[in-house]
Design a protein. Structure first.
Length: 229
C-alpha cells in the first residue's frame, strides 16, 4: 500500500474519532456545567435558614422580656411623687409615707426590706435595738431651690461627713451620688423633683449583713425610678 493510501485511511479513521472526542468533551462540559449549578441553588436555599435563625432569636428575646418584667413589682407613691420597680421578695413599708409628725422638712419616707427582715421587725425581734440596714426613698422640701450639693451641706444633721461626690443621671435628670456615715455607712443618690421644689433621696445603708440583696434593690430602684408630675 502506498504512503498516500495509508494517509487517507488514517484520515478516514481519525475524523470519526475526532468527532467522537469533540462530542464527548461537549457532553462532559455540559455535565460539569449542570453539576456546577446546584451550589448556587444551595446558597439560595441557605439564606432562608439564616433568616429563620434570626426570627427564632427575636422570638426568644420577646419571650424573655415578659418573664423579666414578671420578676418585678412596681410601687407608685402619689404622696411622694415617685414610682419605681423593685424585685419580688422585697417589701415596701409605707408607714412613714405620710408621717403624722414633722420630718424636719421631709414629706415622707418609704423603707424597702427583704421579706425576712420585714417579718422580723413585725415580730418585734428588733425591739429595743437598731433596725437592720436597708434601702429607703425619701422626699424633702427645697423651698430655697438650693443646688443638690448645697442642700446636702445644709443638712449636716442628716448627712454626716459627706464625701466622694459624683454626678450621674437618674430618670434622665442630673443627680449626685456621695457617701456619708452615721450609725451605718451610706450610699446616697439625690435628684430634684420635676418642679424643682423637692429633692428625692435614695440611700443604701451598709453594715448589718445581707448587703448584696439590698445592693440589688438599690440598683433596681435607681434604674427604674420616675418622678411623677
Amino acid at each position: 500500500m502506498s504512503a498516500q493510501s495509508q494517509h487517507e485511511r488514517r484520515t478516514r479513521h481519525y475524523i470519526p474519532w475526532l468527532l467522537s472526542r469533540v462530542l464527548f468533551c461537549l457532553s462532559l462540559g455540559l455535565t460539569v456545567a449542570c453539576q456546577a449549578e446546584p451550589p448556587s441553588g444551595v446558597n439560595s436555599l441557605e439564606k432562608p435558614a439564616v433568616a429563620s435563625s434570626r426570627s427564632i432569636a427575636t422570638i426568644q428575646v420577646a419571650q424573655i422580656q415578659p418573664s423579666s418584667r414578671d420578676s418585678q413589682n412596681t410601687y407608685q407613691s402619689q404622696p411622694l411623687g415617685v414610682s419605681f420597680e423593685y424585685p419580688k421578695g422585697f417589701i415596701v413599708d409605707d408607714t412613714n409615707e405620710e408621717p403624722e409628725t414633722g420630718m424636719a422638712g421631709g414629706r415622707g419616707t418609704l423603707e424597702v426590706w427583704t421579706q425576712a427582715d420585714y417579718q422580723a421587725i413585725q415580730t418585734t425581734e428588733f425591739e429595743g435595738t437598731e433596725l437592720p440596714a436597708n434601702v429607703s426613698i425619701s422626699v424633702y422640701r427645697n423651698p430655697n431651690r438650693l443646688s443638690l450639693q448645697e442642700w446636702v451641706e445644709s443638712r449636716s444633721d442628716y448627712f454626716v461627713s459627706p464625701q466622694n461626690y459624683t454626678r450621674q443621671k437618674v430618670a434622665d435628670q442630673d443627680a449626685i451620688a456621695f457617701q456619708s456615715t452615721g450609725l451605718y455607712e451610706f450610699e446616697n443618690v439625690l435628684l430634684p423633683s420635676l418642679d424643682g421644689k423637692d429633692i428625692i433621696v435614695i440611700n443604701l445603708a451598709r453594715g448589718s449583713g445581707n448587703e448584696s440583696a439590698y445592693q440589688q434593690v438599690f440598683e433596681q430602684i435607681l434604674a427604674t425610678l420616675q418622678p411623677l408630675p
